[in-house]
Design a protein around this ligand. Sequence first.
Ligand SMILES: *Cc1c(COP(=O)(O)O)cnc(C)c1O
Length: 410
Amino acid sequence: MLKKPKKIREVYADHAATTYIDSRVFLAMKPYLTEHFGNPSSLYGIGRIANGVLNDSRRKIAGLIHALPENIIFTGSGTESDNMAVFGIARVNEKHGKHIISTSIEHHAVLHPLEELRKQGWEITYISTNKQGVVKAEDVIRAVRPDTVLITIMYANNEVGSIQPVAEIGRKLLQLRKETSKPYPFFHTDACQAAGYLDLDVEKLHVDLMTINAGKIYGPKGIGMLYVRRAVALKPIIFGGGQERKMRSGTENVAGIVGLAKAFELVQQNRQKESERIRGLAKYFWELIQKEIPKVKLNGPEIGDGRLANNLNITIMDIEGEAMLLYLDEYGIMCSTGSACTSESLEPSYVLRAMGLPYEYAHGSLRFSFGRCNSKNDVDYIMEYLPGIIKTLREISPVNLSARIHARYK
Ligand SMILES: *Cc1c(COP(=O)(O)O)cnc(C)c1O
């Protein structure tokens, strides 16, 4: 049986679910939660201070993505930004067509709004990915119809870290729109997972809309933004006091916005160095796993440029991911199976299924996502216990689990 360690460490390896707040980010936010608490719309001193820092934050973020400050709309989350992109485009452009192109591996914040539109009579084409979880740019372009008003494709996938050819799709769309002399289809990308590791220059990506949030890049939760290129016809989805140039009403989350700007600035400044360091960790981990654990498999692209540096998604055959999570938790190790949003259900990950993995593979998946706090010591600590946990679990479910899981879904 497994022995408990004398002293349990905590190893957080679930940075794709959310991150802690960087202390520099927290310090930048603090004055706007306390002494400078004013409403940016108020005309007296503390209101003007709040309004000033709002403008500074907008300018800072715009600079980092090569946009103009007026292209940035602050929202309440990545989910809200995705909803705004989908519904905001749909509402104002439906007279031009009711067709949208997306992928089968988007976050639910995109998939569920699309499903709502489908119920309202829209047609959605979901481009399938290859076995590594990557769509082909040509497949996306080939799916464009005269009535397509929006293409929404994530920059990097949250479960398997696969990076999509967003710049290539953007370039091809530009060409297509030139040929047809139409502004359609607009192109949105969900860059929540990419923001910490990839270049988000909207000119290089040729995107019209882009979603970012702070809770994945060492900023606070509950704050997001949507980049919207000027020529894009978009309607608000939240109405009220007319903040954010009438595009998103509600008193601005000033401290959150300051936090988003600071967090984004810090991750972008350091992204190349940190990517290299973290990719090294993932690689080191994967090599140890292959050496010490039989019957494992990497999900998603090979570790390298096609994969987010922080992501390691593996399948451990003949084991249920949930059982492993609970065991790992006993040792202070935090990671996930499926994604944070889907792990409450026992359904296997829809992303892995969409990539063509059979049920029994999708079931035993574990996602480790590393971050700033992780070092080789953490990987070594995980490897002290992971092989034993797997061995134990395989012993206590001697009947062929794959066959059982398979039968359950037949
Ligand atoms: C986390 C995440 C979201 C949702 O962001 P929230 O700020 O939690 O609403 C959307 N898309 C992707 C790819 C994400 O990883």
